[in-house]
Design a protein around this ligand. Structure first.
Ligand code: GUN
Ligand code: FE
Length: 455
């Protein structure tokens, strides 16, 4: 390796999960990064200790040495977040989905025509997700073109890897008059948004546009077909909600006599770069279609506990090898933290496995062997998200983007405590997943660039 190719190196302890359910503790590893923000190498102590590389980087002021209470983890991926709902977080979760959308979401999202409001909220959101360790975020914006551009500009400026969709809704039966466009307008603005993002100065693949039909009830069949055609012709990312609740599923059944997946498939919206939020009620045929197309699922555990009406079949989805990552589904969650999403995904699966009714005998209560582990959840929030997006992110590995989060367990007044002599490496990683709070996240890098530094 030519030392001059190294822009900087980090020497310290790191964790990642190359395989679902397993982790690797990179103890005192040297991670080197090049000018493109890619990882040049990950060396363990015997591999670098006899080389002058550490001294070379140190002399040049290009080495960051971590303390033994600091840990590096891969940047976290949020596969499903509603940017305009940021001010809605923590409101109205007592309502069912349909009423929540009507009473809170649509009136709020309609306000984003006001570009000052959009600037104000989106700056705060992107800062908060970054400082929660979200290095890649897949955002639904609102139905408006100009405010969606504002979100894209802010992500680029702040350095977050972002996948952004201008939301499409044209069905007069389901969308209020004040928050709806014609199919022509949806298509025209989707194209215009794609052009804007692709042409943004300085955007070298950090921000990508996404074709975004909100969900089946909000779109006419004509719009779905037009968007599907555009997405297939241009190899676009697509995001939508899929079989999220009884109400949404029944809507598709009654109107089309089909499942959501069947509708997305036949309208050209189910491809390798499609991200399906939720996907609670999948049939066997749906699963085969998703596998065949290589589409991905964004599991949003906390949202599911409020809106889904049933538990997510995460265990089966992982076992069958479907692409699957995690989403916060802000504002159907109360934090943008993807570590919290990991914890919620585990808790969600545990309730499913154990069952609920105390009136039933233990053996009849739950669904056996359906739990997922903390390491599987962490894999979803890193590698799983990376696979869904078809990007080399989520691992500390040569050729992968250096997207990383520094967890400092020594900050004041927090719950993440590592006890010398009591906590082995697996305990430390589980504690990081379960008890990290935002104060512990002191530095964040995306594509090699430092985007958060709280020191
Ligand atoms: N289904 C359609 N729109 C939405 C939304 O904004 N949030 C959630 N959780 N589900 C949806
Ligand atoms: Fe959602």
């Amino acid at each position: 390796m030519n030392h001059d190719d190294i822009i900087f190196g980090i020497l310290g302890n790191a964790f990642h999960c190359p395989v679902p359910g397993e982790f690797e503790f990179l103890e005192n590893a040297l991670i080197t990064v090049n000018a493109d923000g890619e990882i040049l190498g990950v060396a363990k102590p015997p591999e670098y200790s006899n080389s002058p590389i550490v001294e070379f980087l140190e002399n040049q002021g290009r080495l960051l040495r971590l303390t033994d209470k600091q840990y590096l983890i891969p940047g976290l991926v949020d596969l499903h977040c509603h940017a305009p709902q940021w001010p809605q977080m923590g409101k109205g979760l007592d309502l069912p989905l349909y009423d929540w959308l009507e009473s809170y979401t649509f009136p709020l999202e309609a306000r984003y025509q006001d570009l000052d409001f959009a600037q104000h909220v989106y700056k705060d959101l992107v800062q908060s997700t970054l400082s929660s360790g979200t290095t890649s975020a897949v955002y639904f914006s609102s139905i408006h073109l100009e405010p969606s551009k504002v979100l894209a500009d802010i992500c680029l400026e702040k350095g977050q890897r972002a996948f952004i969709g201008k939301v499409c809704m044209d069905n007069p039966e389901q969308c209020p008059d004040y928050y709806r466009q014609s199919a022509e307008q949806c298509l025209y603005e989707t194209e215009a948004f794609h052009q804007h993002v692709s042409g943004m100065a300085g955007n070298h693949g950090l921000v990508s546009p996404v074709v975004t039909p909100r969900f089946i009830p909000s779109c006419t069949e004509g719009l779905l077909k037009e968007l599907g055609q555009f997405a297939s012709d241009n190899d676009c990312y697509v995001q939508t909600h899929c079989s999220e609740s009884d109400w949404a599923r029944e809507y598709s059944g009654q109107k089309y006599g089909e499942t959501d997946i069947s509708i997305y498939e036949r309208t050209g919206l189910l491809g390798r770069k499609t991200i399906l939020a939720h996907s609670i009620f999948l049939t066997e045929s749906d699963i085969l279609k998703i596998l065949e197309r290589g589409a991905s699922i964004a599991h949003c555990p906390l949202s599911n506990m409020y809106f889904a009406n049933a538990a997510m079949e995460t265990r089966e989805i992982l076992d069958r090898g479907l692409h699957c990552g995690l989403g916060s589904d802000v504002a159907a969650s109360v934090t943008p933290s993807m570590l919290r999403s990991c914890f919620d995904a585990v808790s969600h699966s545990r309730v499913r496995e154990e069952g609920t009714s105390a009136k039933l005998k233990a053996e009849n209560r739950g669904e056996r062997n359906t739990r997922i582990s903390f390491l599987e959840a962490f894999w979803m929030a890193t590698v799983g998200g990376g696979k869904a997006l078809d990007k080399r992110i989520g691992l500390f590995k040569k050729g992968f983007s250096f997207d990383a989060v520094l967890i400092d367990s020594e900050v004041q007044d927090c719950d993440l405590k590592i006890w010398q002599g009591l906590d082995k490496s697996s305990d430390i990683l589980e504690k990081i997943i379960s008890t990290t709070c935002r104060q512990n996240i002191t530095r964040v890098w995306v594509q090699g660039k430092e985007v958060v530094n709280k020191n």
